[in-house]
Design a binder for this molecule. Structure first.
Ligand code: FAD
Length: 389
């Protein structure tokens, strides 16, 4: 017998869990499935920068109190180039801020809030496909951890299943999306050391980009630009620190044991379609951004805020207009975030094969940003994000 619900959500990432939370506040029932275990979801380290709008949604809707107490508010960042640092003061330019609060902590808060509210949240259940998209009863066909069949029939199915989405096929068919792959990647490390700086440092150096970031009082997250084919095990610890030091001249890094390393490829993607019939895509299932602008998780939250309003009107008032308009409304935010992520990426990274002219032009661009009030405000506005909802 299929499980019946109003909204079937594939994926208990930030998009899927927040959607079930916001729908629950309107009294709209949902079932959420995720192929991973609760433990895996709550311990995988990914994003860390939350826009002000994301923090407001999490705190004001009761999804997370901890974001304001355990999260660290950052009212600025540093851009480094040509051996000098330049502070972009978010508070002074746009009166907004970002919060450093790891994605897995957001997920812990959301899982706890959903379970406390009695949410039907099924871990270890893998969706195989979505059927009957063009009817009023679309279905998720899935398997549980023991291989048993699970079927969920709903008024609406939401694919919040990340960049390798299985729901996407039911929406876009073989007609994929807009895509760009970049000729570089980030080598990321987590290490046991106190923060090297109060705020994040984005550094453009002649050897390539580096980002000095934090994950807490005793853990730092640092990245440096590398070739996308780099093996994460390629460098010994001393070599890693040598590379990082060379990318942030003038900064003394606090060094410590490296306990995680990964290579993060850079891709931009926007699905051509975000909805077919009663099946919708949100978050990374619908789009991917390179990580430089810290937009991925924030954009997933923005999609969900727009979709919640559309589902409320559809399922409670029988008004289809916002649901029909959802892809166009979401796409406007998505392309702005795509542009910002591409802009930050191209301004800060060394393009393979770049000559003297390209390098000097890039420095000119960075100076145009940091030495002009309008330039600083443009960066600050894009980075801290606009109010949601
Ligand atoms: C290393 C790294 C650093 C990042 N840093 C930042 C940052 O600083 N700021 C930022 O905003 N973004 C950042 N991002 C991006 C951000 O993590 C993603 O954009 C965000 O997780 C998207 O949320 P989502 O809910 O759409 O998808 P996901 O978080 O990918 O969640 C999808 C969920 O669906 C589940 N799933 C997948 N397939 C199935 C299936 N068939 N059946 C059932 N369940 C399924 C998965 O297990 C997963 O739990 C970073 C990403 C990485 C990898």
């Amino acid at each position: 017998m299929p499980v019946r619900t109003r909204v079937a959500v594939i994926g208990a990432g930030p998009a899927g869990l927040l959607l079930s939370h916001l729908l629950g506040r309107h009294g709209i029932e949902s079932v959420v499935v995720d192929s991973r275990s609760r433990e895996e979801i709550e311990t995988t380290i990914r994003a860390g920068i939350l826009e002000q709008g994301t923090v407001e949604i999490l705190s004001e809707t009761g999804a997370s109190d901890r974001v304001l107490t355990a999260g660290r508010k950052h009212e600025g960042m540093e851009l480094r180039f040509d051996g000098e640092g330049h502070r972009i003061d978010f508070a002074a330019t746009v009166g907004r801020a970002v919060w450093l609060y790891p994605q897995h902590e957001v997920l812990k808060d959301l899982v706890a809030a959903r379970l406390a509210a009695g949410q039907d949240l099924r871990f270890g259940v893998t969706a195989e496909r979505v059927e009957d998209a063009e009817t009023n009863r679309p279905r998720v066909v899935a398997r549980d951890a023991e291989g048993g069949a699970v079927e969920i029939e709903a008024d609406v199915v939401v694919g919040a299943d990340g960049s390798r989405s299985v729901a996407r096929e039911a929406v876009t068919g073989t007609y994929g999306g807009y895509f760009r792959e970049y000729p570089f990647a980030w080598f990321g490390i987590l290490c046991e050391a106190p923060p090297s700086a109060e705020e994040l440092i984005y550094s453009n150096s002649p050897d390539g980009f580096a980002l000095i970031s934090q994950r807490g009082p005793g853990v730092q997250r640092m990245y440096f630009q590398c070739d996308p084919t780099t093996d994460p095990g390629a460098y010994g610890e001393e070599r890693l620190w040598e590379i990082l030091r060379s990318r942030v001249p003038g900064i003394t890094l606090n060094e410590g044991r490296v306990f995680q390393r990964d290579v993060l490829r850079f891709r931009s993607f926007v699905a051509h379609e975000m909805r077919r019939g009663r099946v919708v895509l949100v978050g990374d299932a619908a789009h991917t951004v390179p990580p430089t602008g810290a937009k991925g998780m924030n954009l997933a939250v923005a999609d969900v805020v727009v979709l919640t309003e559309a589902l409320r009107a559809l399922l409670l008032d029988g008004d289809e207009s916002l649901f029909d308009a959802f892809p166009d409304t979401a796409r406007k935010l998505i392309w702005k975030a795509q542009h910002f992520s591409w802009w930050m990426t191209s301004m800060l990274h060394l393009q393979p094969g770049a000559g003297d002219f390209d390098r000097m032009r890039q420095i000119g661009e960075l100076r145009s940003v940091v030495e002009s009030e309008a330039g600083r405000a443009y960066l600050a506005e894009g980075y801290t994000g606009r109010p949601l909802g």
